[in-house]
Design a protein around this ligand. Sequence first.
Ligand code: GTP
Ligand code: SPV
Ligand code: MN
Length: 584
Amino acid sequence: MYNNIYVKDWVEQMAALTQPDNIVWCDGSEEERERLTKEAISTGEMIELNQEVLPGCLYHRTAENDVARVEGRTFICTEKKEDAGPTNNWMDKSAAYAKLGALYAGAMKGRTMYVIPYIMGPASSEFSKVGIELTDSIYVVLNMRIMTRMGKVAMDFLGDSAHFIKGLHAKKDVDPENRYICHFPEDNTIWSINSAYGGNVLLGKKCFALRIASWLGRQEGWMAEHMLILGVENPKGDVQYITAAFPSACGKTNLAMLIPPKKYEEMGYKVWTVGDDIAWLRIGKDGRLWAVNPEAGFFGVAPGTSMKSNPNALLTCQKDTIFTNVCLKPDGTVWWEGMDKNPPAQAIDWLDKPWTPDSGVKAAHPNSRFTAPAKHCPCISDKFEDPNGVPVSAIVFGGRRAKVAPLVYQSFDWEHGVFVGATMASETTAAATGAVGVVRRDPMAMLPFCGYNMGDYFKHWLEMGKKIPNPPKIFNVNWFRTNEEGKFIWPGFGDNLRVLLWILARCNGEVDAVESPIGYLPKAEDIDLDGTDIDLDTLKGLLSIDMDSWTEEVKDQAAHLAKFEKLPEEIKAQYEALKKRLGV
Ligand code: GTP
Ligand code: SPV
Ligand code: MN
């Protein structure tokens, strides 16, 4: 169908290996969407939702053992182990090809192979990159259609070039014991087998746009980060942009789409969403750092999304959306925990079992998600398709910390900011398999996504800082401090704008700060609490630094940093300086 000989050759080779009955080249047309949707509905792979209430929406359940990313089975496969570094699982490149090659042999017999050409980034941008995913799952095709610019547009963009990321996915038996998500950054190749869930199989997302792209970015002088991108418009109509790196299920989608508190809305403040998960960052001709969202849709966490917490997300997924592992109501609509206070009296849960509010189990899986087109988002930025992206004023790191981390602080400079990112910690969530709520160090929210040696990654951050004439200021936030009863103290969500406004005021040199051992803290009076139900003393508590916890914190940081054989000297020096400032 397409004439690129490099693509043709590679598809032929992969078909010879996996032996599909048919090969379908996806063009991204509406006719194709209708045809594949019909087929998936007829086989039961997808369920059509109530088309009056949720037009164009589909429902899907994955296997019970296949509901999140599998970090333990995700590998960086290079010639040298050192190139994967201490934080990644590594497999020898040839050994990985042999092992997975055996699993792929004949894996698509009796099935159809879909060839999905896609672009990460706007079709108009010289920075965008093409991937091709081969898959035997219609669910994957329909998701990639939403998450990327897919089909003919991508083949046109590629032209006769040999530069594309080669992704192979086979659902096989969804066998967790033989599930592998392997990355071959030296060969621009991704091989995924025995899963059919999200980040494991939508290969444009974490596999390409973060793991492979972070490797490419290091070579080519740019950065691929697990960051949202948002614009804050002030009453004068000026927009400033912020990127923020929080670990999975720690609030990126929510922050990216926030609705200002009433008072601020009335004053004329607005928040515009450019991206909710991934940012590709480059130095612009003007000497600033510029951010592009390589994705075209949102693969957002469903539970907790409500008209109160994130109306923009809920409004985005009212049409043309795929819901995965949520609860199915008898009227053909969906529900999840935290959507509203009206759980359905009867429904079918994510495991396809009858459910009532008394069932004693969750109706939706905690990592259930919606796949929705970004263009349906009421607050999508008019820069969403801009080939150059947006200039970044501030980079924000953050995570879930019940204690220790204050609501917000600013790093002293870029190098200190890199240290703050490198030592970031957060409680684990349901976005990956494994225990939930355990504090772990997750540098720059990239622990599961950095495609190379994280020591080199820190170095790349430091080097980028030296190359950006006018770098963004770096901050750290924590919306998740809890009180004695375990309740969140900070109201969060829309009220997070109050913190963003302090951050921007700092970037613009409009507000003073208090110098502390860990960085610049706001004066409590400088974060507006009018319209919240928390008082100044509570805020002071949220901004306080507990010496005992920080003494423990630096000990734990030392153990974390000791893992990196390639730890840059600058990070070591930053650590020593922090200890000295704390007097420990
Ligand atoms: P990934 O898509 O996994 O990368 O996650 P994400 O970072 O986009 O997380 P998301 O915004 O979907 O938030 C995940 C969970 O955190 C949801 O259940 C939210 O309700 C909750 N959350 C988000 N923002 C806040 C906040 O400001 N305060 C509190 N308490 N919870 C929040
Ligand atoms: C995350 O886990 O950070 C996600 C969802 O954004 S997934 O695409 O599954 O990686
Ligand atoms: Mn994510």
